[in-house]
Design a protein around this ligand. Structure first.
Ligand code: HEM
Length: 400
């Protein structure tokens, strides 16, 4: 039964508007006659050359989860699980109901741009008897200065990223996948995040993080010639068109950060807070003005400070290292000392972590002015297989 069918006549009067031909837009933006988007019916196809949940903008609600393969599951169990999970993700992404494990949490909601993305951790390959097919680039991340990682919330055999523009739709997908894992995989950790709700601002712009900064501006763009080379892996054969996801739970020391005056906060990043314009661009600069790392003030000092986050993280400072950042904010209540347990669920997709996250984080951990306001508390690296064709499942070329 299609969940959307349960809406009955509620779809009448909707017109299909701007169809997202450009990657990065919602795949199907349906607008009401008054022009407001109908978030419910927006759908991102599960099947395709790349998994959904990489190129689309971050949805309003997200769950990140890791599972460990059950001891007896082996390669056959893994195949069964990925087949089931893929079929379910495809059905839910199209607005259908979950076979078998339907709990009606998302009853009468459309797909709300639901995406489900699967990744494989280093440890999966040994447990599934596939050690000889583990990609060379899938080596555990090195320890970085300042890391305060909780192993119970790090790593894992299987990684699942769920995003949707409705909280019930997102949780529904998580719950269904969890139940389908019974006997085959055991939940290891789970984190929930959020991003801006589409339509919340009349000025579509890059979203803000919990420090109040416009975050994501200088991401590689799908329209750039080298985008694929930066984001998508070219081998081994079963992973071609896939990617590597680095996941970091980064707590923000918000009480300290919010005590800084705005101009000091802007110096730490190298961009204006109000509009995200680079400090090298002068008063007329906008978020889109290219950063000029060589620009100086009249007194000769650098406009973008030596330890500014955008200088230290830039590809130009790291031998060209680049990645597609697609994180979500999180808040998890209060810590024992009363400070907010909140920050960024950093997710970055790249063709090779050794030419993406690793060199950049090495440099950031030593020389980033932002680092004293951050704590990296959990970490994971996952190979993200390419998308499955219609009728196939994610990971099929590895498992058959
Ligand atoms: C840029 C915030 C962690 C890599 C930026 C920008 C902001 C920001 C506001 C400028 C706008 C933009 O281009 O997106 C943060 C916050 C972090 C964080 C709040 C932690 C909570 C990281 C980490 C990495 C990273 C861990 C990678 C190891 C980058 C890169 C850029 C960037 C590559 C673009 C630099 C450029 O080419 O201009 N970040 N960031 N960031 N960040 Fe971060």
């Amino acid at each position: 039964v299609s969940r959307r069918a349960l809406l009955g006549g509620a779809g009448a009067g909707l017109a299909i508007g701007a169809v997202g031909a450009v990657a990065g837009e919602r795949a199907l933006a349906v607008r009401r006659p008054d022009g407001t988007p109908d978030l419910g019916t927006a759908a991102v196809p599960f099947h395709g050359p790349h998994q959904a949940g990489i190129l689309q903008p971050p949805q309003a609600c997200a769950h990140l989860a890791a599972f460990d393969l059950a001891p007896a599951a082996g390669r056959d169990g893994l195949r069964t699980l990925l087949r089931t999970w893929s079929a379910t993700a495809a059905r839910l992404a199209a607005g259908g109901a979950a076979d078998g494990q339907e709990n009606q949490i998302a009853l009468d909601a459309g797909p709300c741009s639901l995406t489900v993305t699967f990744g494989f951790g280093h440890s999966l390959f040994d447990k599934a008897g596939l050690a000889d097919r583990r990609p060379e680039a899938l080596v555990p991340l090195p320890a970085f200065p300042g890391d305060a990682l909780d192993p119970a919330r790090s790593d894992g055999d299987l990684w699942v990223q769920i995003g949707a523009d409705d909280a019930l739709v997102a949780f529904h997908a998580l719950r269904v996948l969890q139940k389908q894992a019974a006997g085959l995989a055991v939940p290891r950790w789970q984190m929930s995040g959020f991003a801006r709700t589409p339509g919340a601002t009349p000025h579509p712009m890059t979203g803000r993080n919990l420090m109040g900064q416009v975050d994501g501006t200088n991401n590689p763009k799908p329209t750039e010639a080298d985008f694929g080379a930066k984001v998508f892996a070219d081998g081994p054969a079963w992973l071609a068109g896939g990617s590597y996801a680095v996941v970091r739970r980064i707590r923000m020391l918000l009480d300290d950060w919010e005590g800084l005056p705005t101009d000091r906060q802007e110096r730490v990043i190298g961009r204006r807070k109000a509009d995200g314009a680079p400090l090298s661009g002068g008063a007329d600069a906008t978020e889109r003005t290219p950063v000029d790392l060589a620009a100086t003030h009249p007194d000769g000092t650098l406009a973008v400070a030596p330890d500014a986050h955008i200088r230290v993280a830039a590809p130009a400072s790291n031998g060209g290292a680049a990645m597609l950042r697609r994180g979500f904010s999180y808040q998890d209540g209060l810590l024992a000392d009363g400070s907010p347990d909140a920050g960024l669920l950093f997710v970055a997709f790249q063709a090779d972590p050794a030419r993406g996250f690793v060199p950049v984080q090495r440099r950031l951990a030593r020389g980033d002015g932002l680092a004293r306001f951050l704590r990296h508390e959990a970490s994971g690296l996952y190979a993200v297989p390419p998308g499955a064709p219609e009728g196939g499942y994610v990971g099929q070329p590895l498992l058959e």
